[in-house]
Design a protein around this ligand. Structure first.
Ligand code: EPZ
Length: 411
């Protein structure tokens, strides 16, 4: 890819990865056919479908429409070779337990962005009377009956909240979950479960009251746009003079926090009926930022923000509060002659200096996308290797950038 002087054109924002993965897991709670519209055609979705197929679930993904047929679903262990390919494989634990009262599932994989334990998932399940053993990296779970409980999550983990909500569907009686995550993905999952016939109170707050229901009906779902992909392009626009449109954004509620930060960086965003008009002069304003749980600035955009801040004169900083080791971007940006230092959980960026294109390596999904954004700011050519990481979450970042005039291609 080459340095970009001006971005102009339209980018269609794909459906949300982190919303659709738990929704796909939730289809297991019904015995019928579910159709999921606006499903992103990405690697993580393909693997999630393969995992369902191990349970004799039929899946078909065509033109962003995913059909899941659980009518003949049958219990089976989930092999580590597949579960190890993505973090969200662990989200099948809740629905499998709710449906079959037992589960045997390899430990999850996922991006290497720090310690990613599943202790909160497991502690919550044990409170529901699930017996869990770890045997050679395989979780062996069993329960005679799942029991209503009251459980306070020690951290509002997104995945644990999703898992426990789905597991609670198999409980006879009431489950109260305190200290839950409030990310948009949780709200979408709860609303989907309501449409399947679940009873959940407190949606969008940090306490959820869930009434177990054995008979959930399979339901269709229209996926929301991906707030992190939209955010990637909103922030990117700060770094290069831009006049672009992000298409498919009908409601900005879930990205107000990101639009706010884009504004501070120097981007003007105007909402139209189903798109955002995004303009900037390409002159980045520096500042000090901190990631946090929703509605604070998302950790998933932290690497992109660091890349963009390289364009700002003087010192800026980004503090990471969600993951303990998510500055994998820094070493690669240094290969582009970026001046950044990491002090514990804070990255200090000395910006406004010339960046030089080089070969850099994607090491996780968002870090990879952030390298693409940095490449737009580098003199000469930048080559990014290991792009399979980026494909786990961005349907086609090359196509998206070509649509706004960037000279970028697969090699
Ligand atoms: C989800 O991961 C997202 N993934 C992540 O996006 C995102 O970064 C993260 O939430 C935070 O917003 C999906 O939705 C598929 P967590 P998740 O459980 O659920 C600690 C991307 O790039 N924790 O909220 O795995 C954990 O170590 C991905 O799209 C425990 O200690 O995140 C971390 O520090 C990357 N014990 C913090 O909580 C647990 O049992 C947040 O993790 C679980 C988590």
């Amino acid at each position: 890819m080459k340095k970009a002087d001006f971005l102009k054109g339209n980018i269609e924002i794909q459906g949300s990865k982190n919303t659709v993965l738990p929704i796909i897991a939730a289809t297991l709670l019904g015995s019928g056919i579910s159709v999921i519209y606006n499903c992103p055609m990405i690697e993580d979705v393909f693997v999630m479908c393969e995992l369902l197929e191990c349970l004799n679930v039929k899946t078909k993904l065509e033109n962003h429409v995913l059909t899941v047929d659980t009518r003949e679903a049958d219990y089976a262990p989930l092999p580590s070779e597949l579960t190890g390919k993505l973090r969200s494989s662990v989200l099948l634990l809740g629905p499998i337990l709710a449906r079959w009262k037992k589960a045997e599932i390899g430990m999850p994989g996922g991006c290497a962005i720090g310690l990613r334990p599943v202790d909160i998932h497991l502690e919550g399940l044990m409170k529901m009377n699930v017996d869990i053993k770890l045997h050679h990296d395989v979780l062996m779970c069993e329960t005679y009956y799942m029991q209503g409980t009251e459980y306070h999550l020690k951290f509002p983990s997104v995945g644990a909240t999703e898992n426990l909500i789905m597991a609670a569907m198999g409980v006879k009686g009431r489950t109260i979950l305190r200290g839950v995550a409030k990310e948009p993905e949780i709200i979408e999952l709860c609303n989907y479960l309501l449409s399947m016939g679940a009873l959940i109170e407190g949606i969008g707050t940090d306490v959820l009251v869930i009434k177990g229901t054995a008979a959930l009906e399979s339901c269709d779902y229209c996926n929301v746009y991906d707030r992190i992909v939209a955010g990637t392009y909103l922030l990117m626009a700060a770094a290069v003079p831009s006049d672009i449109r992000l298409i498919g954004i009908e409601d900005i509620h879930y990205i107000k926090n990101i639009i706010h930060v884009a504004g501070l960086l120097g981007v003007t965003v105007v909402k139209f009926e189903n798109y955002l008009s995004v303009q900037s002069s390409g002159k980045v304003t520096g500042g000090d930022y901190i990631t946090g749980i929703y509605p604070e600035f998302p950790t998933d955009l932290q690497p992109v923000l660091i890349s963009v801040l390289l364009g700002a004169e003087g010192h800026s900083s980004v503090t990471e509060t969600v993951f303990d080791n998510r500055f994998g971007i820094v070493g690669e940006l240094q290969k582009l002659e970026a001046d950044i230092e990491v002090l514990g959980q804070k990255a200090v960026i000395h910006g406004g200096k010339r960046l030089q294109g080089h070969t850099v390596k994607a090491k996780d999904l968002r870090q990879g996308a952030a390298l693409v954004v940095a490449g737009l700011m580098c003199k000469g050519y930048t080559t990014i290797t290991n792009i399979s990481y980026i494909k786990r979450g961005y349907e086609d970042i090359v196509r998206d950038l070509q649509n706004v005039g960037v000279k970028i291609t697969y090699i």
